[in-house]
Ligand binder design. Sequence first.
Ligand SMILES: C[S@@+](CC[C@H](N)C(=O)[O-])C[C@H]1O[C@@H](n2cnc3c(N)ncnc32)[C@H](O)[C@@H]1O
Length: 810
Amino acid sequence: MMATLGIDSDFVQQAMQDPGFIDAFKNIASTYSAGLIDSQATSAASELFGDGAKEQFEHMKAIHMRERSLPPAKAKQIPRSALLAEFKGSRSCMRPKENQVLTRRTYIGTVPGFSTPSLKDLKRISISEMLIRKRHEGRYLLCRIIHQPSRIILSLRTYPFQPLIDHCVGHVVGVDVAVEDPEGHTSRMGIYHYPFTLDCSMDEADFLFPIDAILAIREPYYKLASNGDTPMIRVDAPSDIIFLDRASPLVNNVTWTTGRIPGVPFTPNTAKGWKERGVEQFKQQQWLCAAISFTEGLALDSNHPLLLLNRAEAYLRLGWFNSAARDGEAAMAMNLADSLLERKAFVRTTKAYYALGRYGDVQKMTRLHLRDSEMKALGLKASQRLKEAATAAYDWLAMYKQSQGPASRLDVTSYQGPVEARLPTKGNGPRGLFVTRDVKAGELLVVSKPIASYYPEDNPGKDREIFLSHNFLTSTIGRRSHYALIDRVVQRMWDDPRVARTMDTLYAGDALPATCYPPTGTLLPATYHHPRTSSVDIDIARVEGICSMTVFSVENFANPDGHGEDSLDSAVALYELPSFCNHSCMPSADRTFFGDVMVMRAAQDLKAGEEVTLGYTSWIKPLEERSEITQRKWGFVCKCLLCKADDADDPSDRKFRAKIFNMPKAQSVQEAMKRVAEVRATYADTVERVACGIKPPLVVMYQRLSLACCTASNMDSDWRYALIGLEASMNGLEAAGIVITDRSTSGRLRSAGLPVDTSKPPYLVEVCAPMTIQLAGALDAIGEEARATRWMQVALWRTSTCVLVLSQPY
Ligand SMILES: C[S@@+](CC[C@H](N)C(=O)[O-])C[C@H]1O[C@@H](n2cnc3c(N)ncnc32)[C@H](O)[C@@H]1O
């Protein structure tokens, strides 16, 4: 249970000394354990939490819906002194104590909009004019920060873990700042999705949102805070925030009625001073703070090569490669006499080109510096990436090895095989992915590096945090990862208009139409932007929609359950081409993950124009559960052959087989055989079942019987069990759609080929592959070595069609 809650054992040891904690912990633990997902479920975070959490979710949704239905209104402002006292109080209890857990809760799908007009086209508004429940279109708020930021939730009245109040510190996922306008009206302001603030230290938050910083908030949204009685400004799209220079014409004629603010932090007034501060921040891995400090230094001395080069390195660490390339190029243009600095300039520029996928530019640069070993290595890697993109020449084994590490992000490039994203040519179905020519089962369709990925290991406080993300778009209660991925995508968009343009093409829900794919029109080159400010306007509702509808769980190749059942957090990623795949419970493509790189192969022979589908939910679930998930989360009813076949069965039969399927493990071979017989009896040979050709729960029941036989045969050295197991495995494979051409278990082999029809790869590979290996093991146990080898080859054939660590499918 402890591991389930993601809390480390040392912490639990300490906390267990405290009886109050134990009670509270039991409470929360029982809430969680009531509905854990099975390890097959890749995207159904909704089932993570039990009925208590679901009630809480419905309650919060009702509050949200009620707020939306009410008209805008005036609200009583909190006086300046009270606001400052609140912030001061919250700062003193910011950090969790030794035996406390950090609890965070957030909502996805409540964003009121984002701003696109430039400041000069907006008219100033003061806090006293603003109405709650309203986004003030056409207006901007000029304000300054009057206290260090906070994260603490002061009112725990609405908190879901009341029993744990003494044991929790409730933090908002964003950063709260206290602001005032020039007239002296004040407000709390919650800033969400600002890059790197989900987990930043308070030191970093203090630097990012310093006292006396002057901000313009485009088209501000005013609302009641979650305690229900104080108003606050809420900024969901971080591109709505503009940090203003004191020299800005919007600022220099403004008088602040409350005068000077005490406690304004010291800031250097020389380029050297900023450089030193930036280096200090860089050493502490505060990459964004360092980039800002170097930028401040450059504002004082634009020809300072070290500041430019340091900032380029900070940008590389931030993953803001356009900015890194621009700084590197600017440093190269300085024709630096110092050869060490000159080298830093071309290496950093080349690294940025590489990360941007500008492999041709990398090769040009490396040709100029062939004697430099780091440049040469970059050149070689660029050639490899170009080969991958053009011919899919991947080093699968190396990728497999690399993917073994924790939180692995592979250095490969994406590949688009014979597929295209488009509307179907027949009928009025949704846009999807289609093959452009005939393909064979096992053929590579897509290799996709994610737009963004998130691993639980990315969370520095993972052992001490309980995080609930309530998603109103999909009616699910998700994990931290589902929120953190949104932040990751924002970070990618901040510096890369290409990513922003791709985001416009992806499905974000029916209310937010997508543009066509691939995107058309010329993309303007990324222009200079201050690291505090985004290069593009960020439609955060769209990002939330995409991350809710098309997020993939990253399954660990070596350990498919690695991030599954036993964890409160999961690895997730957002991809480009795979996002266009519609769902089928009998998908036409398989997906495999190498680290966070997703590989898609045809699961069957496909004719040109046929659709490439993936499974959004597990085929093993009963029809009612599959339908509930696809309808609730994605708003559609699946009409695949399996759904039609299941639907044609008698509902009482479906219910009965689900009941047997969910029973604890059978205690004997006889019991396992009885269950197989009972599940088999629930299937009638309807036209729909024949067309579908598979009976998933029966496959699993056969596999369980085969396993039981294996155990019994090992324990009793009784061949009869091995023979029953053999029979069970073959029946199971047939129930999964495999056509067995040679069921013999003894005597002369009839042919040298495989004993199955390889033109019809089976579904349910995750059960079929181990079952085939069990079958081979049983044949080996009865002395049928040649047959065992052939069935091992069947296992390889099936896994190779989806994994293809081997070079060719059989
Ligand atoms: C991840 S997107 C798939 C790609 C999407 N159709 C597009 O235009 O980019 C998921 C959405 O596609 C649609 N969809 C996926 N599978 C479907 C199916 N089997 N039947 C009907 N609609 C489906 C639903 O609207 C769902 O919310």
